[in-house]
Design a binder for this molecule. Structure first.
Ligand SMILES: NC(=O)c1ccc[n+]([C@@H]2O[C@H](COP(=O)([O-])OP(=O)(O)OC[C@H]3O[C@@H](n4cnc5c(N)ncnc54)[C@H](OP(=O)(O)O)[C@@H]3O)[C@@H](O)[C@H]2O)c1
Length: 323
């Protein structure tokens, strides 16, 4: 079926996830008001899926934007698909619901549509978002991911979230959950870095075989902030994307988004610039021909913008394995 801006994928629990989502992460120095204006602009042009997280420290602004667009009649709550993520300092099962409730309180929402374990590794619980010791090393914590997952299931059963999933999990970590005795709800999705330089074909095949939706972040090549390896190539300057863009009269950003959508992957695209926000949803009036999809497949180099090296020594660091 042809994709349009209201297209969705039905997940394993029967709920629907819109194929195009709006990313809300911005570097620390970006004023939070830009996030609020960005989310409002996104809803105005037709985005219905908003991706947020406790980590981004802007859930107050995301919630205000959503509630203002509901109050002015642009959308109804049930038309918005809002994602939140459990940060790594809330992995002990007794802290999971607390972690979620902090987000709900900041968002001022009664429920969110999708709640993800943000990363498979766990850090010491407490006030600090990234707890470090006096030598500047992260303070790891050991929690069985399956116990965290059971607490996620309880959040769904309590009606605080409609669907539950994971993010940045490798295949082994996904299988750990999938093979858990007594599994009540399987993860509906795995949200991972995925773009033309990291096309995730093996993870995609695995997820499809298990009825797990792949959700792609950094489709536009990331915001290139301090967490990003600055020697990496600028994705939107890629000559192949620019050349294919000329053929379809589209920007490299639109080609990058469309390529991922045509592979049955949900796309997250962040922008707080009104022109870009409009552009990023204008990806449903063209179709990339097989030879162009193939040319873009050829760009893959299994390169991560966000290798999360800070966590590389953690036993549950996900990127040591091939996928
Ligand atoms: N689960 C995870 O661990 C994880 C990790 C990273 C990201 N995410 C989620 O995924 C979302 C997307 O990832 P991201 O924000 O890192 O990167 P991204 O969406 O790949 O790229 C964002 C950057 O692209 C620019 N941009 C957007 N549209 C453009 C256009 N049409 N033309 C030119 N430049 C454009 C933006 O600048 P302007 O704002 O000026 O347009 C911004 O600098 C995040 O916001 C977050 O919600 C999740």
């Amino acid at each position: 079926m042809a994709l349009d801006k209201d297209s969705f994928i039905t997940m394993s629990d029967g709920n629907r996830i819109p194929v195009l989502g709006f990313g809300t992460y911005a570097p620390e120095d970006v004023p939070k008001g830009q996030c609020k204006a960005g989310v409002k602009a996104a809803i105005e042009v037709g985005f219905r899926h908003i991706d947020g997280a406790y980590l981004y420290q802007n859930e107050v602004e995301v919630g205000e934007a959503i509630r203002e667009k509901i109050a002015d009649g642009t959308v109804k709550r049930e038309e918005i698909f809002c994602t939140g993520k459990l940060w790594v300092t809330f992995h002990p099962p007794e802290l999971v619901r607390q972690g979620l409730e902090k987000s709900l309180k900041a968002l001022q929402l009664d429920y969110i549509d999708l709640f993800l374990i943000h990363c498979p590794f766990s850090l010491k619980p407490g006030e600090s978002i990234i707890p470090m010791d006096e030598n500047g090393k992260i303070i790891c914590h050991s929690v069985d991911l399956r116990a965290t997952w059971e607490a996620m299931e309880a959040c769904k059963d309590a009606g605080l979230v409609k669907s539950i999933g994971v993010s940045n999990f490798n295949r082994r970590q996904l299988e750990l959950i999938l093979n858990k005795p007594g599994l009540k709800h399987q993860p509906v999705c795995n949200q991972v870095e995925c773009h033309v330089y990291l096309n995730q074909c093996k993870m995609l095949e695995f997820c499809k075989s298990k009825n797990i939706v792949l959700v792609a972040y950094q489709v536009l090549g990331s915001s290139r902030d301090k967490w990003i390896d600055q020697t990496t190539p600028v994705l939107l300057d890629d000559p192949v994307l620019l050349k294919i863009g000329l053929k379809y009269k589209k920007s490299s950003a639109q080609i990058a988004v469309r390529y991922i959508l045509q592979r049955d992957i949900v796309v997250l695209a962040k922008s707080f610039t009104p022109e870009h926000i409009k552009q990023n949803i204008q990806v449903f009036d063209f179709h990339l021909a097989p030879e162009d999809m193939q040319a873009i497949d050829g760009l893959n180099r299994d390169m991560r913008y966000l290798p999360m090296k800070l966590y590389a020594e953690h036993p549950e660091y996900p990127f040591r394995e091939e996928y």
